[in-house]
Design a protein around this ligand. Sequence first.
Ligand SMILES: *Cc1c(COP(=O)(O)O)cnc(C)c1O
Length: 240
Amino acid sequence: MSIISVNMQAVEQAIQAAAEAAGRPRAAVQLLAVSKTFPFEAVLDAMQTGQRAFGENYVQEGVDKIAAVAAAAPGTALEWHFIGPIQSNKTRPIAENFAWVHAVDRLKIAQRLSEQRPAGMAPLNICLQVNISGEASKSGVAPGELPDLARQVALLPHVRLRGLMAIPEPETDAAKQHLPFARLRLLYEQLQAGGMELDTLSMGMSGDLAAAIAEGATIVRIGSAIFGARRDATADKEHA
Ligand SMILES: *Cc1c(COP(=O)(O)O)cnc(C)c1O
């Protein structure tokens, strides 16, 4: 068995345990395997375990990988999620190649994605990224501006607003990991109470998936726990 299959089993067990501890069904949490910086062969490996949803952060790398996987495993339906920051001049390949986009934080990006979504494809599923860490992070809509943005995005014809996403500041103390996730969930429930039909809370990564599931995550985005360590953060950035 490959290392990736072994890791997939461990992640699956961690998700099951966290769901059980939270009194939630396993099926309420989707595992998104984040394959950024890893070659397409790693995706093929994860597919051996039945995994079908994959996340990418960089447009060109993602588009190339989608094509390489499709060529190597023709006929297998996969669900590709774009989870990285989005520059407005790079929306077209995202709209044309992905099923989901997680980090939309301004109207202009959502408008371009909607305009550029090819006719004949299902609406592009969108999550709004919320800045729940305040000054510490630059990306994400401020909580106070979220309701307006959500209302405007929900009106666009070729995208479908599914929910919210956040990337909290890294926190190794498990007890302290809950607060930002609980905050995101509250914002989500407030939008639902206002009449929006949302079903997705995209939160939780390799280091904090249990806390995220306890607070209601419906998608956890897991990279290093499945594929191994990436090159350091600087290399990650240069890659963007
Ligand atoms: C890289 C990345 C992940 C996965 O992070 P790991 O800590 O490797 O699990 C999840 N979400 C986003 C937005 C990322 O950029």
